[in-house]
Design a protein around this ligand. Structure first.
Ligand SMILES: [Zn+2]
Length: 409
């Protein structure tokens, strides 16, 4: 009786086509029995809806016939789901598309990319950077406000006022906003509700409620290096394992393992910036001397008031002093990467504000230096330049809300 039901059969085929190979044996044993025990008709409907939505999402513009064929779902099931989703406003007819199944063009369907929006805000010492992204994680709007950080009620209110002004500037409805991620230069507690360690902004112990009580949206903190790594994962879905280095005003890192960011037992995994490189080196903001931060942050690289663009004009030109500074920085970077690479043999992604300025010659130099230090014959294949150097921190702060929405739909 169960297999006579079109929707059940559709679901069975769809599951068979999407489950990973290693799990097929489990499903293949007695799928009808498993379904009898565990899947209700409502769950099947929900499952079909979800499969269709994600197929449209992934392929951007598809016909009803494409969906039916790819997911092994019957035409009536697909039609009913498309009508319901169109009615709901989560998909729309996006023109006509060629299809191999009929001799004429068919209606194309796409998701409504701004049906829901995620907001990311990067909290910095002198300013805040706000961004709105759609369900594809694409930048919709961006705004920067000069707002020096201070731990005061007037500051928290001012930030929230700017966020409301920003959201109002593109006419979003409150229910369109999934949430606001606050990217912080500090470690967060596992529940993302407070700051575990925030010496750069002197914000240790800060609670998200300081912001959220002035806003009608869900709010959470995120460590800025983590949000940068989340952006990287977003644009490189094939990325499962990597060491992400955020080479920005401050140094940061995130370890990506099996597509997840590792927080660690106490929430301070991958805080490589405080590994001591020079016992008598410069003072770090943590209070210790000679940390990686004091050698590999842009604060360490650049002179007072010097902009990154100007520095690289000098480096790529004929300024010997700037070139010498750059070589010292790269040498220190190679020592750091070599040490970390001995601990975790994986790809290293060089990201952060520095990433757009890196070139193949720099990577070759780093590989060469590392090869001299390491006992292993390392091929030059594990240093990569970030694919997402722009707005990666603020976009990455918004993405967890988008991911949550997509998981639930
Ligand atoms: Zn330190």
């Amino acid at each position: 009786m169960i297999l006579q039901n079109n929707e059940l059969r559709d679901t069975w085929y769809a599951q068979k086509s999407t489950i990973p190979a290693m799990e097929i044996s489990l499903y293949g044993k007695d799928i009808a029995t498993i379904m009898k025990r565990s899947i209700t008709p409502n769950q099947i409907k929900q499952n079909n809806r979800s499969l269709i939505y994600h197929f449209i999402y992934k392929n951007r513009k598809v016909s009803q016939q494409d969906i039916s064929y790819a997911l092994h779902l019957s035409r009536p099931t697909v039609t009913a789901n498309l009508s319901a989703m169109e009615e709901e406003g989560i998909i729309f007819k996006s023109g006509l598309i060629d299809t191999e199944f009929v001799g004429r063009k068919a209606s194309a369907y796409s998701i409504v990319a701004d049906y829901r929006i995620g907001i990311g805000v990067e909290i910095l010492k002198k300013e805040i950077k706000m961004i709105a992204v759609n369900l594809y994680g694409e930048k919709l709007h961006r705004m920067i406000s000069l707002l020096p950080f201070e731990r005061s009620e007037s500051y928290f209110k001012a930030v929230c006022g700017k966020l409301i002004e920003f959201i109002g500037s593109f006419g979003a409805r409150d229910n369109q906003i999934l949430g606001i991620g606050f990217a912080m230069q500090g470690l967060t507690t596992p529940d993302k509700q407070s700051i575990l360690y925030g010496k750069i902004l002197s914000c240790t112990g800060l609670s998200i409620t300081e912001f959220s009580r002035h806003l009608p949206f869900p709010c959470s903190f995120i460590h800025d290096a983590d949000s940068a790594a989340i952006s990287e994962l977003w644009v490189s879905p094939e990325l499962t394992d990597a060491f992400y280095l955020s080479l920005s005003k401050h140094l940061g890192a995130a370890i990506i393992s099996k597509g997840m960011i590792l927080d660690g037992k106490h929430g301070h995994s991958s805080t490589i910036e405080h590994i001591q490189m020079q016992p008598n080196g410069s003072l770090c903001y943590c209070g210790k001397r000679g940390c990686m931060e004091t050698l590999l942050s842009l604060t360490a690289l650049l002179n007072d008031g010097e902009e990154l663009e100007d520095f690289f004009l000098k480096v790529r030109g004929n300024d010997l002093a700037a070139q010498k500074r750059w070589k010292i920085f790269l040498s220190d970077l190679s020592k750091a990467v070599n040490m970390l690479h001995l601990i975790y043999d994986t790809d290293f992604i060089l990201g952060g504000y520095l990433a757009p300025f890196l070139c193949e010659e720099d990577l070759s130099f780093l590989h060469g230096q590392i090869r001299e230090m390491t006992p292993f014959p390392e091929p030059s294949d594990f240093l990569l330049i970030s694919k997402m150097p722009q707005h990666n921190i603020s976009i990455g702060a918004a993405l967890p809300y988008i991911q949550e929405f997509l998981q639930e739909i």
